[in-house]
Design a protein around this ligand. Structure first.
Ligand code: NAD
Length: 298
């Protein structure tokens, strides 16, 4: 029988990932802050634990998929947290996108308890989580990576060991810079093309075939053209990620000028009530600036 795995954080990403592990034959012990999400998986065969500590007490490997650094700190190091239930040799795999600095501090705490930790953030979004095709960037010891590899291979299509603990989060920050700036650039192009009288679908068709072509145009096409901002990946999470990138840039002395601008645009989107919308809703901000909604002629 396959190993028993703990899974904490059953949101847009965590739920399908946990399902894929169950589908691959792993026995799961799950926990989520809002218990109805854990109950849903319990109905499908997982065991629901009463606290993160209980998860760690019953599983040698614990995966977390939580929103941000404070939640991961609370779930791992807080009262009733994973660290209280760790055994000698336990492995924590944090797949959330959080600060590399916080990651390193938590990994050190785990080490003091005789356990180890990997950071394994992902890209590929909800479709990648559902399809088990995520791109996973892993930081930590080689031996821990090899130990987690069979699990990560269930969850992802590309699983890459990128360096020491925290390195996964650094690569993820780089990824988020490129995705945010691309969404912004595509949005600018759509508003410019449309207000100047060209069908925005044609703008996407043509740009996709040349050097300007990119996966954002493909994956977010219907979101942009249909003004469908159902998440997906929320504006507030992407804003959090650019905060991580900017803080990392500050720590290492790397100016990220355009990231700083897009960070502020995401801040404005949140202030305008779009924090829970898909990150493609950056388009709406540019439309407001131009007083023009794409595809409507207004
Ligand atoms: P989400 O908000 O849908 O899910 C987070 C889950 O964690 C929720 O179920 C919430 O109830 C639970 N939670 C929050 N605090 C908790 C706590 N203290 N204890 C237990 N459970 C708690 O977020 P998501 O979209 O699934 O994203 C999760 C992580 O993955 C984030 O770090 C995000 O940046 C990253 N990520 C998301 C996507 C995406 O497309 N959604 C893609 C790549 C990476």
């Amino acid at each position: 029988m396959a190993e028993k795995i703990g899974f904490i954080g059953l949101g847009i990403m965590g739920r399908p990932m946990a399902r894929n592990l169950m589908g691959a034959g792993y026995e799961l012990v799950v926990y989520n802050r809002s218990p109805e999400k854990a109950r849903e998986l319990a109905d499908e065969g997982a065991a629901a634990a009463g606290s993160p500590r209980e998860v760690a007490e019953s599983c040698g490997t614990v995966i977390t998929m939580l929103p941000d650094s404070p939640e991961v700190e609370e779930v791992l190091a807080g009262e009733g947290g994973v660290f209280e239930g760790l055994r000698e040799g336990s492995l924590v795999v944090d797949m959330s996108t959080i600060s590399p600095v916080v990651t390193r501090e938590l990994a050190e705490e785990a080490r003091k308890r005789g356990a180890s930790m990997l950071d394994a953030p992902v890209s590929g979004g909800e479709p990648g989580a559902v399809g088990g095709t995520l791109s996973i960037m892993v930081g930590g010891e080689e031996g821990d990576f090899e130990r987690a590899r069979p699990l990560l291979d269930v969850l992802g299509g590309t699983v890459t060991h990128v360096g020491e603990v925290g390195a996964g989060q650094v690569v993820k920050a780089c990824n988020q810079v490129v995705v945010a700036l691309t969404i912004e650039a595509v949005s600018e192009a759509l508003v410019l093309g449309s207000k100047a009288g060209v069908d925005p679908a044609k703008v996407l068709d043509v740009l996709s075939g040349g050097l300007a072509g990119n996966k954002v145009m493909e994956a977010k096409r219907e979101h942009f053209l249909g003004h469908d901002f159902e998440p997906g990946f929320k504006v507030e999470l992407h804003h959090k990620d650019l905060g991580i990138a900017l803080a990392t840039g500050r720590e290492y002395g790397v100016p990220l000028p355009v990231t700083a601008i897009v960070d502020q645009m995401l801040e404005e989107s949140k202030a305008k009530g779009r924090g829970g919308r898909d990150h493609s809703a950056l388009l709406a901000l540019l439309e407001e600036g131009a007083r023009h909604e794409i595809g409507t002629g207004e």
